[in-house]
Design a binder for this molecule. Structure first.
Ligand code: ATP
Length: 218
């Protein structure tokens, strides 16, 4: 059975989620209070509805509790975002993801039961900053305040050494979870795998250990 999604708020963020879900063949209901925005998604979404989601009766009439995953992508109107999220959880929606505009908004969304809170501007800013600080870091995903997964490029210095030779886990406290080599990806590489210069190492660990690894080993 295909999952059914509903996206509330069709700005740049909600709109792009809606487009991507539809592209992946998912059932998506697109909802916005603004009719013009709704019309833009009429051809993309399975249903496009003009509605104010802060009205509980409206949410009930949309049968919102039957959706597997509802995304609240209302940003500027923080009150509407909070009210909508609260009612979705009260109505028993299994999974609610919500976009936070700032740290306070994020805190409230978590408190009222949002299952997943995203903070796209902040998170993208952090990722870009990481990429700018080190030429070797291609991408980075924050797992917690202190742990991340990073994609780093293996230097000439690392090339020709096996994972066990480099003793990365003991020396730097991080693990190589995969190696991207051209179009191939080696998941959970063996300890005797030889690293080649230019390989993209996907490493997991504490931020401080990943930073030290970037500075010292690469
Ligand atoms: P983005 O930053 O994603 O581009 P935006 O700045 O265009 O978003 P936001 O204020 O973040 O707009 O809101 C996103 C959408 O949410 C808007 O299209 C807005 O009409 C819609 N929206 C706001 N309040 C409600 C509501 N109560 N019910 C339904 N949709 C709403």
């Amino acid at each position: 059975m295909k999952k059914e999604f509903a996206v509330i708020g069709l700005g740049r963020f909600g709109g792009s989620i809606c487009n991507e879900l539809a592209e992946q063949g998912m059932q998506v209901m697109a909802i916005d209070i603004n009719e013009e925005r709704v019309n833009k998604f009429a051809a993309v979404a399975s249903h496009a509805v003009c509605a104010d989601t802060t009205d509980e009766k409206v949410l009930k009439s949309l049968g919102i509790r039957n959706f597997d995953h509802v995304i609240v992508a209302i940003g500027d109107d923080i009150q509407a975002s909070i009210l909508t999220t609260l009612m979705l959880k009260e109505l028993g929606v299994k999974k609610v993801s919500a976009k936070a505009q700032n740290d306070y908004h994020e805190k409230v969304l978590r408190k009222i039961g949002a299952d997943h809170v995203v903070h796209p501007e902040r998170d993208m800013g952090k990722r870009i900053a990481h990429n700018m600080v080190s030429n070797n870091v291609l991408d980075y995903l924050e797992l917690s305040d202190e742990h991340s997964i990073a994609e780093v490029v293996a230097s000439e210095k690392l090339g020709g050494n096996s994972i066990i030779d480099l003793n990365i886990r003991a020396r730097h406290g991080i693990n190589i979870v995969a190696i991207k080599r051209g179009n191939d990806i080696l998941v959970s590489p063996q300890a005797d795998e030889l690293i080649r210069a230019g390989d993209i190492l996907i490493v997991i660990g504490a931020d401080s250990d990943i930073n030290r690894f970037e500075r010292k080993a690469l």
